[in-house]
Every structure is written in structure tokens, then in C-alpha cells.
Design a protein around this ligand. Sequence first.
Ligand SMILES: *Cc1c(COP(=O)(O)O)cnc(C)c1O
Length: 412
Amino acid sequence: MLNQFDPEIADALNREVKRQQEGLEMIPSENFVSEAVLEALGSIATNKYSEGYPGKRYYGGCHEIDVLETLAIDRAKELFGAEHVNVQPLSGAPANLAAYVALLEPGDTVLGMDLSHGGHLTHGHPVTHPAQVWNFVRYKTTPEGFIDYTDIEAKAREHKPKLILVGYSAYSREIDYERIKKIADEVGALTMADMAHIAGLIAAGEMNNPVPIFDVVTTTTHKTLRGPRGGMILCKKKFKKAIDRAVFPGLQGGPHENNIAAKAVAFKEALQPEFKDYAKQIKKNAKVLEEEFRKREYRLLFGGTDNHLLLVDVTPKGIGGQQAETALDKAGITVNKNAIPDDERSYVDPSGIRFGTPAITTRGMKEDEMRRIADWMDRAMMNWGDDEALEKIREEVKTLTAQFPLYPGLIY
Ligand SMILES: *Cc1c(COP(=O)(O)O)cnc(C)c1O
């Protein structure tokens, strides 16, 4: 159907299928959803308007939509031990915005992590709109690379924030939520964790869970959690009304119920015992990459990894982040350039690259493959100007990925 009516789109999709199949996807925020998730995402639930929440809709005909949204909510509650869940946020950024709207008055102060130390744009970076509405104060990591809890404590006492925010997109270490909660209680601040990157590891019990400790937790559903592209907010009962109101009617209109159906399917998958094995393997694979890069004398930020990702300073090896990203791309390995803490280079060509293991672990790759991948990555970066050498690596990468089929037979 699609290829007959719109061959331009079908062709682009087919080339993208090939790219995903042949390459090594190492962007730590990406993953491959199951065919069941894809089916729900492409379902007729996309046809339905359902403003409101299960049992309290502003449209007729929502009976089955209520069934699937309730399943999504109940499964998310079970996965994370949450008192209340809102599955309607369209993505991670809108989920964070809704949490700010629910918890803060304009002008309130929020304490969040500096972007170059692993924080996210949506945590008050000056280029974002929320930075104009609320007063974001930033804490950093220590020179050894850990979250600077002493800095958080000092800044909390000095600035008396209404909200303390943790959760990062380039930080590779565990987070001590109890310790943050104690600081917040001392200064009368609310607590919010953004677990976008690590939600899957938390669901599997492989990383500390902020949900029972913090007031509000936001997440994406498409990173380690391996669901459809989307967002979600988990909170204590006390904040249920404020959170639900901030999402709808505060910021959004009709929820995307096809997406919510796909979230429900992904949560069911994450509740299976195999998902625990998956999360364990993500971490094991990241540890192997850590060892291999350390051996080759790259500088690992934050001293290594406790989760699925690594932030690596490539400048000691005589190249920049952009050169590294481009070389790896030519070799069939997708990563992203990334600033390192207090980076002196520009965001357009920073000192580091960020990469991780969720997607390649979904494909079934284990320790042996990681050692080969680290070797290819090193070779590609050390030969960044040599297109022939990069093409040779690309061919080797293709031979490996062919042994780990992805969506076999898929053609649009
Ligand atoms: C990815 C991410 C987001 C934003 O998610 P989008 O779905 O891209 O809007 C927010 N916070 C953190 C920590 C993230 O890693």
C-alpha cells in the first residue's frame, strides 16, 4: 500500500531499514523496539480522540481506549513501584515541562546539573524557554567525576530552591537519591528525577530507583526502556492532581493513544524475566567497552561507567569530537559528539564522544562483540582522514551485523 501510493517515503524507509540493519547503533539514547511494539504503534488507536483520563473523557467512544491506557498506567506502576503515573506526555521534554508547570510558580528557583557535566537541555539551559520562566541554578561534578553532593548541599542552602533536579543524559555513574532527598528536606525543596536514559535499567533493578524516594520522576519511554518514542511522569499521590492537570489541559490536547498502546506493550515486555537479563547485559557490555578504551589510553569521563554509556575525551588522541563522530559514521558506527565537563571547545566541535550499549545489546551482541567493536572504533578514530581504511572497517562491521538480524524480512 505505502510503496504504491508513496514510493518516495517507502524508499526512504527501506534505506533506513538497511542503515539500521547494517550499522552499529551506539547512540546511548537509541534502541530497537520489538515487532509487537511497532504493531501497536501503527494501530488504529491513532484514529481516536480521548482528551481527559480513563473514566473521565471529553469524547464519546473511549471504552477500549480506557482499557489500553489503564493497562499502560497499571504496568508502569508495577514496573517502578509508583503511586501514580501519567502516560500521556508526548516525549521527554514535554514531560519535564509538565512537571515544572505542576510543581513551580514562575520565577521559582530550580537546582539542576550543568549541561556540560551531563545534564539535559530541558534542565534549564539558557537556550530553552523554561530558562526564561524559572531560575535555574547549576551544580557540577567533582574533578574526580562524581556528582558533587557537597556542591548541591551548599547551593541548596544558598539559593533555597523550590525544586532539586537530578537525572542526566551523559553521566555514567549511579545516583544517590537518598542523599539528595535529605538535602531537599533540609531546605524544604521538592525532588524531581529525570530517569530518561536509565529507566530500563531501573525497571530491571540494575540501578537505584528514585520513584519510591522522590516526589516526581519523569522519563522517556524510548531509551533503555525500549518502548515507543514518548514520555511519562510518575509521582506520589499527593501530586497526582497537579501533574495530570499540567499535562492535560495545561499543555497538551488529545493523547496519542496508539503510542500509549505501544507503551503498554513495552511495559509488559519490561516486566518479563528476560528483560532483567537484557539490562544486565547492557551493563556488562558497557564495562567491556570501558576496559578496552582505558587500555587504549582514551580519557574516560566520570572515571568509567555504572550504566549503559560512556563519555570519552578523544582529544588526548589528537582528534576532536566532530572528527571522531564523522570517522565513526563512515565506518558504520553511529555515536554522537558530546561536550565534556567545562569543555573549552565549542558545542559544534566538542572534546568528547558519547556512546552506549542499549541498541547493540538488543541485537544480541555480547562481550566478544564489544571487544571487536572497541577495536574498530579505535582504528576508525586513529585513521579519521583515511577513507579507504574507514570503508574497510565498514565492511567488517557489515559482516558482524549480518549475524544479528534486525526486523528480518521487513520491507515497506
Ligand atoms: C532524552 C532526554 C530528554 C528528552 O527527551 P525527548 O524525548 O527527546 O524530548 C529529557 N531528559 C533527559 C535526561 C534525556 O536524556
